[in-house]
Design a protein around this ligand. Structure first.
Ligand code: GDP
Length: 720
């Protein structure tokens, strides 16, 4: 009998596709590194250079100490006791970026995860960006467990961290274990369900890979002074778990014994249903608490089987269709990351939702409506790659050889097409002009930008027809800086880079009408386009709308679409100061035509003229991005920082005290935040930090608008 060449070596319930999400500096990188260290099959002691982390292999990321690329790494973990006792589980760890400039990357990775570990900083609790990632996780109903990291840091407070998760995130966060000691005396944890205490030994300051890593732990008796505290916390946990399960609730109320297995099963269900977030204490840096967290990943976070199915749209009929997480079902898979690997070239990371993806086969890219050949399929381990023949429903793989597939595309069977829910990305708020230095740079520039845009859909490229410059736009200065650096480094493109520019938008404040006429009739075939447009403001954030109210044939049908094109082009170019128009509805309601001279071009031009005329009568204004800013500072600098923010047109929302620090929350126009990192450093002797993200758009004050309009060179520009 022929040997079956490939088989599913891990049943679906022994797979966890998880991510680590966190506020920057909470310890996501360190925690990820520890996980890979404990789980990786081939991640040997001594192989790791200090300062190198596996998921952070890009040179730049290491320098900046932040993770900007979400790679997926396959690891294995065996739980020694409990629900999944003794069987190896495959954990696919999808790295999520920590910096908020890359929230689209966070969203994209959340889309393909089944569960996540949210790393909290026990010394500062829940911070603003934690709220952001939490909201994003909620949007996709990602089940979570929380890891209260940095228990060894001065000011660490486990109970306060849980409380802040409850208060600020509205999460049903409950202690799953308790820390033994804190700050310098943090030694280990007590598991509340099993009532077992463990401590970690070894020199906690020893870096990984050099000698004793402190990975070993020993079971000890619960310290006498913690017995009551453990009892109380266990009671609370059992009560919360019972509250989610009718059978357990009855037993609980009748004061009957509930077995640990029963509690674990119910907790597993409660976590998967987003009803409870168990919180575990630890210190990644000191190698404490990581293994129990991994046990919880296996025991409480869902497998693809628990998720069950994915829904999408049939591109032919528009109907909703469902695919079961079954290797025999038709293929459906989502490309969630493109990455250039230094050894094998371009890798496309794919989550397979249903069916089986085979190496060497053809698949259908339903987003682009093209066929693509899958070359090799790879499982990416911490420090090597494993070639596989097939990837089954529920798994995450990297494919080599896909040419045109980009982030967000669906791959499927051509005979059973499906488009998986697309990922929505925010509009960019900041842009930069770049000019290649030489002719050869010019040629490489386009290619480089194209590649970078494939990886990051929040990154947009356009060319400015006025100046022939290339403009790149994104979600923050840091994101653009990194992209420019990567362009230099990876693609060897030398370019002059302009100052970051705020992405203003233009809009109107009242209804107006305009007439657009483009008539040239001097000898030969002429031009004739004529239309009447009405514009009106739409509520903030609605974008644009175009309608035709032509019914009586004043303008023949075939010219309506050129009119729409003319309108859109003008809306893109801008009228007041060269920024795109938004929140506007345009209706074409009348016009005229000429049998011979009318053409698509003539109507397009007429529409653009008509829109300009209408807009100028509609009291145009500029909108600017307003950032949500959170500054964390030692108390002594608070006055200066608030004073400075006030001079930046900030609206101070309030401040909160957290340990020795104060957190100031404010809304500040992005235009005022240029160079803030440096300013804040000098105001606080380098001790304050800040974080910001785009919140909404608001009208720019009149005097400032006047200045922007003036410097844009758009005022009084002659329109034909
Ligand atoms: P990320 O920005 O969330 O990826 O955070 P990192 O893992 O880079 O950690 C940020 C800083 O906190 C680094 O200096 C780490 O060494 C430090 N750090 C991380 N975990 C711990 C911890 O458990 N205890 C202490 N004391 N420091 C930690």
């Amino acid at each position: 009998m022929p040997v079956q060449k490939t088989k599913r070596d891990f049943p679906l319930d022994r797979i966890r596709n998880i991510g680590i999400i966190a506020h920057i500096d909470a310890g996501k990188t360190t925690t990820t590194e520890r996980i890979l260290f404990y789980t990786g099959r081939s991640y040997k002691i001594g192989n790791i250079d200090e300062g190198t982390t596996v998921t952070d292999w890009m040179e730049q990321e290491r320098e900046r100490g932040i993770t900007i690329v979400s790679a997926a790494v396959t690891t294995f973990w065996t739980v020694k006791s409990g629900l999944f006792e003794g069987t190896e589980t495959r954990i696919n760890l999808i790295d999520t970026p920590g910096h908020v400039d890359f929230t689209a990357e966070v969203e994209r990775s959340l889309r393909v995860l089944d569960g996540a570990v949210i790393v909290l900083d026990s010394s500062s609790g829940v911070q603003s960006q934690t709220e952001t990632v939490w909201r994003q996780a909620n949007k996709y109903s990602v089940p979570l467990i929380a890891f209260a990291n940095k228990m060894d840091v001065v000011g660490a407070d486990f109970a306060a961290t849980i409380q802040s998760a409850r208060d600020r995130l509205g999460a049903n966060a409950v202690a799953y274990n308790l820390p033994m000691g804190k700050e310098n005396d943090f030694k280990g944890v007590v598991d509340l369900l099993t009532e077992k205490a463990i401590i970690w030994e070894g020199d906690p300051s020893t870096p990984l890979g050099t000698s004793d890593t402190g990975a070993k732990f020993t079971e000890v008796a619960i310290p006498a002074d913690m017995v009551d505290q453990v009892k109380e916390a266990r009671e609370k946990l059992v009560e919360e778990i019972s509250g989610t399960d009718d059978v357990l609730m009855e037993k609980y109320l009748a004061a009957e014994e509930i077995s640990i297995d029963e509690l674990k099963k119910a907790l597993r269900k409660a976590v998967i249903d987003n009803k409870i977030v168990p919180v575990l204490a630890g210190s990644s840096l000191r190698n404490k608490g990581v293994q129990p967290m991994l046990d919880s990943v296996v025991e409480y976070l869902p497998s693809p089987q628990d998720i069950g199915q994915v829904s999408g749209q049939n591109p032919q009929t528009g109907e909703m269709v469902i695919r079961k997480a079954d290797p025999l079902a038709p293929l459906s898979a989502l490309a969630f990351k493109i990455q250039v690997d230094p050894h094998v070239g371009k890798l496309t990371y794919i989550r397979v939702y249903s069916g089986t993806l085979k190496s060497g086969s053809y698949v259908y890219n339903s987003t682009k409506q093209i066929k693509e050949r899958v070359g090799r399929l790879l499982l990416m381990h911490a420090n090597d790659r494993e070639e596989i023949e097939e990837a089954y429903a529920g798994e995450i793989v990297a494919a080599v050889g896909l040419k045109d597939t980009i982030t967000g595309d669906t791959l499927c069977d051509e005979i059973a097409p499906i488009i998986l829910e697309s990922i929505s990305f925010p509009d960019p708020v900041i842009s930069l002009a770049i000019e290649p230095k030489t002719k050869s740079d010019q040629e490489k520039l386009g290619y480089a930008l194209q590649r970078l845009a494939e990886e990051d859909p929040t990154f947009r490229i356009k060319s400015d027809p006025e100046t022939a410059q290339t403009i790149i736009a994104g979600m923050g200065e840091l994101q653009l800086e990194i992209l420019v650096e990567r362009m230099r480094r990876e693609f060897k493109v030398d370019a002059n880079v302009g100052q970051p520019q705020v992405a203003y938008k233009e809009t109107i404040t009242k209804m107006a009408e305009g007439e657009g006429k483009y008539i040239r009739q001097t000898g030969g075939r002429g031009q004739y386009g004529h239309c009447l447009l009405r514009i009106e403001p739409l509520p903030r954030g609605q974008g644009r709308e175009f309608v035709s109210e032509i019914t009586g044939g004043a303008i023949p049908r075939e010219f309506i679409s050129p009119i729409e094109k003319g309108v859109i082009e003008k809306e893109d170019t801008g009228i007041l100061a060269g920024y795109p128009l938004t929140d506007i509805k345009v209706a074409v309601y009348d016009g005229s035509f000429h049998d011979v001279d009318s053409s698509e071009v003539a109507f397009k031009i007429a529409a653009s003229l008509g829109l300009s005329e209408a807009a100028k009568k509609a009291d145009m204004i500029l909108l600017e991005p307003i950032m949500k800013v959170e500054v964390t500072t030692p108390d002594e600098f608070m006055g200066d920082i608030i004073g400075d923010l006030s001079s930046k047109r900030a609206q101070i929302l309030g401040s909160e005290k957290r340990g020795n620090y104060t957190i100031i929350n404010a809304l500040v126009p992005l235009a005022e935040m240029h160079g803030y990192a440096t300013a804040l450093r000098s105001m606080s002797q380098g001790r304050a930090g800040y974080y910001m993200e785009a919140d909404h758009y608001e009208p720019v004050p009149a005097q400032i608008t006047a200045k922007i309009v003036e410097s844009s060179g758009f005022t009084g520009r002659v329109e034909h």
